[in-house]
Design a protein around this ligand. Structure first.
Ligand SMILES: [Zn+2]
Ligand SMILES: [Zn+2]
Length: 622
């Protein structure tokens, strides 16, 4: 309670009890006497009492009147609160006084926090009835998307606020979200709509001053007991509005006074959970406790969503679908480009739209989730990332998730690793780059080995042999030639002009130094013609003969050729030899080594195909 009269701009005597009521802001119109709870309203000259203020709902808010802190290095004090009742819970607007004159609103609801200030728009503000969820609205030069449509009533106020709020009065409100966490709200409680703009903030950004040690602990008024079985229930998240008892399954609404009231009964005995409720684990550097689990069904699948909570980080989700895990955090509204969205400089492709239904509820939730609740999802992926849009009757919520390996989740929460089935929506596809790199490196080695290690082949060309009708045999003795290195083969090629003829060739390769002679005999023939089946041919005009392991040295090659005595036309045989190594296995190596990347590429292709065949855009359609 703000009782520090010295800080107040002025004080006014309560019209009801006469006590000095501090007024901190010059723009305040309504104040509630902290002593007798009279509602004081400022008239031209004085503050008049208009009767007793209604009682605030005990919503376990971490804030209270008089709480001080720093925001962007400026001191602030909470000087007022407007508490409103929405369909599914309580929403507080805390009035923060920054310095001596400025004020802003800290909105608190569903575990999220918003800082806003009254704003004007050069565009005329839209009529309430003209707005629908998801609609884009231009406000003060910026585009916002309608994220929430509410009809809310004022429960009560405390401290001072810059307008008159009447408990029990209903009004329409529109929440809008813009890019980069920007936030706007339209208030239709008066004839003319009022615009507030600001941004979503985290509790860390408001450096609250410690008062009595821990000012931000939730106020526990009494032990909570399950309305179904009477077992003690502890709420981890002060913003929780529903808790489903793990003993009897009864789902309890957390009433404004902090009592548990039966919302519905359900059987959760058969709910086999991979991570038990209450488990804690460290993910992405923060410790989270599993405080709730939703089992959902949709699109032919059933999956579990674990609600995680960390007092300073807020809520996160860990989704387990067919053994594939995704760690999910709230996201700001991304920019939508037809079937793609851009978010934090990544492009996500539309994957699927599907409808989900809540099958079972266990633990605590920051909204009054019911079995049978229907939410329409749109998933966009950029593996390992995913962005989901959840649209319920009243709200559009965006979230961003990251694929986690099963082993990582198992280690974090000390549980068994879940068995994976099929491909996860945002599961990264198999790596291929490593295979390609390995292939390219291996090929470089093969090419270098070819170039550097294997010596060049040596080619020797000899004279021709000629045979004609006068001489059906011919002999060729080469000039001595030097084979410079010892090689694995010496191969003699004969190229002839045979036509319906044969020639026999005898090769004699003599090493001039050792006198050793190696001999090969070959018969070459070629016949062709026409018959009733068309043209035919037999044999070949070319021939090759191989000697293996021929050492370096000076050699002479003799070739003796002989053909048919009635040779016609003349036979001409040209001779050449190649001394060298068996051709390297370059292409063999190429194909063998390419198997790795090709297999990896096919694997990746079929992985992506299986993934997308489960989407709204299957590859098999195109
Ligand atoms: Zn009073
Ligand atoms: Zn119970």
């Amino acid at each position: 309670m703000v009782t520090d009269v010295k800080q107040a701009v002025r004080t006014t005597a309560c019209a009801s009890c006469g006590a000095q009521v501090p007024i901190f802001s010059r723009s305040s119109i309504q104040a509630v006497c902290p002593f007798c709870r009279s509602t004081l309203v400022r008239t031209d000259m004085t503050w008049e009492s208009i009767g007793e203020m209604a009682v605030l709902a005990d919503d376990l808010s971490p804030f209270h009147l008089g709480l001080r802190g720093k925001y962007q290095k400026k001191d602030f004090t909470i000087i007022g609160r407007l508490q409103q009742k929405f369909g599914e819970g309580v929403w507080n607007e805390w009035l923060l006084q920054l310095g001596n004159s400025r004020t802003c609103w800290l909105g608190e609801g569903s575990g999220s926090f918003y800082l806003t200030v009254p704003s004007t728009s050069s565009e005329s503000l839209p009529e309430f009835s003209s707005l629908s969820l998801g609609q884009q609205v231009l406000l003060d030069g910026k585009y916002y998307t309608v994220s929430n449509i509410e009809n809310a009533s004022c429960i009560a106020t405390e401290g001072e606020i810059p307008f008159v709020a009447t408990p029990g009065e209903f009004a329409d409100f529109i929440d809008l979200v813009g890019e980069g966490g920007s936030f706007a709200s339209l208030d239709y409680s008066d004839d003319l709509p009022k615009l507030y703009t600001g941004k979503t903030i985290s509790l860390d950004e408001l450096e609250f001053e410690s008062r009595n040690g821990t000012p931000l602990q939730k106020k526990v008024t009494e032990a909570l007991r399950c309305s179904g079985c009477g077992n003690a229930v502890s709420l981890r998240n002060p913003a929780s509005l529903l808790v489903a008892c793990s003993s009897c399954g009864v789902a309890n609404n957390v009433s404004a006074s902090g009592k548990l009231v039966t919302a519905y009964s359900q059987t959760t005995a058969k709910l086999q959970l991979h991570i038990p409720l209450g488990s804690t684990g460290v993910l992405q550097g923060h410790s989270y406790e599993v405080i709730g689990v939703l089992r959902l069904s949709g699109g032919g699948d059933i999956w579990d969503e674990y609600l995680l909570y960390n007092p300073s980080e807020g809520v996160r989700w860990l989704v387990c679908s067919q053994g594939h895990w995704t760690f999910v955090r709230p996201a700001t509204t991304p920019s939508l480009v037809t079937t793609k969205i851009s978010y934090n400089s990544r492009i996500y492709k539309h994957f699927a739209d599907y409808r989900t239904i809540v099958v079972s509820v266990l633990g605590e939730f920051y909204w009054q989730v019911k079995r049978g609740d229907i939410v329409d999802y749109s998933d966009y992926i950029c593996p390992p990332y995913i962005i989901s849009r959840e649209k319920s009757k009243k709200e559009i919520v965006w979230s961003q998730g990251t694929y986690l390996e099963g082993a990582q989740v198992a280690a974090a929460f000390n549980v068994m690793e879940a068995r994976r089935k099929g491909n996860g929506i945002n599961q990264p596809s198999p790596a291929i780059l490593g295979y390609i790199t390995a292939f390219l490196l291996s090929m470089v080695v093969v090419i270098l080995a070819d170039m550097l290690v294997l010596p060049k082949n040596q080619t020797i060309t000899f004279n021709h042999l000629e045979m004609n009708k006068n001489a059906n045999a011919s002999e060729l003795v080469s000039e001595p030639f030097v084979l410079k290195a010892s090689h694995s083969f010496f191969k003699v090629y004969a190229n002839t002009n045979l036509q319906n003829q044969w020639v026999s060739l005898e090769y004699r390769l003599t090493n001039q130094e050792t006198g050793e002679t190696r001999v090969m005999n070959r018969e070459v023939s070629y016949y062709s013609g026409y018959d009733s089946d068309g043209s035919w041919s037999e044999g070949s005009r070319g021939d090759s003969a191989l000697l293996s392991n021929v050492t370096a040295g000076t050699y002479v090659l003799e070739v003796n050729g002989e053909t048919d005595a009635n040779v016609r036309p003349d036979v001409n045989v040209s001779i050449k030899a190649i001394h060298g190594e068996s051709s390297s296995n370059f292409w063999l190596a190429f194909f063998v080594l390419a198997l790795g990347p090709v297999a990896a590429g096919l694997n990746k292709y079929f992985f992506e195909k299986r993934r997308w065949d489960n989407s709204d855009h299957p590859w098999s359609d195109s």
